[in-house]
Design a binder for this molecule. Structure first.
Ligand SMILES: [Zn+2]
Length: 394
């Protein structure tokens, strides 16, 4: 027999799941009538209506009037309240710090970036980031919006559960407890994740929400990582470190890698690979893409070779995860369009026929997927469990 406490716990879980489902459906569709909401989610009208009442009271959802063509009474549609609050997203990469603020609908309303140089001291970089976050919070509060949280994307190994940057090989930082530091400083929830993960989330949210259910976002620069979104959820692995695709072993006779091993995928497709294979010591990606556009023979041969290796690795990922979408991005993005055709051809030739049948391989259309996704970390956390926020607001 079920005990009373268990029943209460079950009811609380059902309520959380229902509230989450309503918010997510409104985010996906934009606007919906109450009756359609209940019907689509398989809830009774009463259940949906009770939850909607709470969401309206908390200011997370608003009603808008609409009039059907012709006569008749106007109906009411529900939508997420843009002024339900705002989320701050931040990213620290090797060349810039960028901070954005997004409303509850995810619309980016504020954005600022500061360039940094390689080797700039850690405390300076963190100070700049904190100053930008402060500016974003001041802006949002000035607009009369309530701050919902801060998301941070970082290149390197991130313990996302505890919000600690464990190790960033390019920045050479280790063990920075951002979540604890910033929750003490800013007094709102803080979420920290690897930049490939935030990129995957940003891409899926802003470019491809409807189709990308099983997605790998390959962020390629000096380092390389894969943000894996499986069944529409970021995949972190048992201790948060999943997605270190750059260190997937791809050659037995490969060159030495920064991780101490050799033959890693990043040594064949990253910026250092481009430098080594082309003999160009200091890579200027704009210049390289100009040369590629003009059909520079040597560089075309180099990027063809890189595309071959990129395709091989992707074929492995497609076979493993039966992905529907592979997005290519990161610092190397300017030259990716020149590698895309060959990469696709290699995946076609090397991945298994059935897993590869539906996969789309694309180059991301923007260079700020990661910071947009960092803001989404906050919004997604609320969408997944809105109950504590709603309870605090009503
Ligand atoms: Zn490695």
């Amino acid at each position: 027999m079920q005990r009373v406490n268990d029943k209460k716990a079950d009811q609380a879980t059902v309520r959380r799941l229902n509230m989450s489902a309503i918010l997510k459906l409104l985010r996906e569709r934009g606007t919906l009538a109450r009756a359609d909401l209940a019907k689509e989610l398989g809830m009774t009208r009463n259940t949906a209506s009770n939850i909607v009442t709470d969401l309206l009271q908390a200011g997370l959802v608003v009603e808008t009037e609409f009039r059907r063509a012709g006569a008749g009474r106007p109906g009411l549609l529900l939508e997420l309240a843009p002024n339900g609050g705002f989320a701050v997203g931040a990213e620290i990469d090797i060349s810039r710090i960028i901070v954005v603020a997004a409303d509850f609908n995810g619309k980016i309303l504020w954005e600022q970036a500061v360039p940094i140089t390689r080797g700039q001291p850690q405390d300076q970089c963190i100070n700049i980031t904190e100053q930008l976050v402060d500016d974003a919070l001041t802006w949002g509060r000035g607009e009369g919006l309530r701050p919902l949280g801060i998301g941070l994307g970082l290149a390197g190994l991130v313990d996302s559960e505890n919000g600690v940057l464990t190790y960033a090989p390019t920045l050479k930082w280790s063990d920075v407890p951002f979540k604890t530091l910033w929750e003490n400083r800013f007094e709102i929830p803080v979420f920290v994740d690897n930049e490939a993960n935030t990129s995957a989330l940003g891409y899926q949210t802003y470019s491809d929400r409807s189709k990308a259910r099983n997605l790998a976002y390959l962020s390629i620069g000096v380092g390389m990582a894969a943000g894996l979104m499986l069944e529409e959820q970021l995949f972190h692995g048992s201790s948060g470190y999943a997605g270190q695709a750059g260190h997937m072993k791809i050659r037995t006779d490969g060159v030495a890698c920064s991780c101490g091993d050799h033959g890693c995928w990043v040594t064949e497709v990253g910026i250092n690979a481009l430098a080594r294979k082309s003999g160009i010591e200091k890579i200027d990606l704009a210049a390289v893409s100009g040369l590629l556009r003009n059909g520079d023979e040597k560089l075309c041969a180099v990027t063809d070779e890189m595309a071959e290796m990129l395709g091989l690795g992707i074929a492995n990922l497609v076979n493993l995860f039966n992905l529907d979408t592979v997005v290519l991005g990161g610092a190397i993005r300017p030259i990716l369009p020149f590698m895309l055709e060959k990469t696709r051809a290699v995946v076609d030739a090397r991945a298994l026929k059935h897993p590869r049948a539906n996969v789309r391989i694309k180059v991301s259309g923007r260079d700020n997927d990661s910071v947009f996704g960092a803001a989404c970390l906050v919004l997604d956390a609320i969408m997944n469990d809105p109950v504590p926020l709603v309870r605090s607001l009503i």
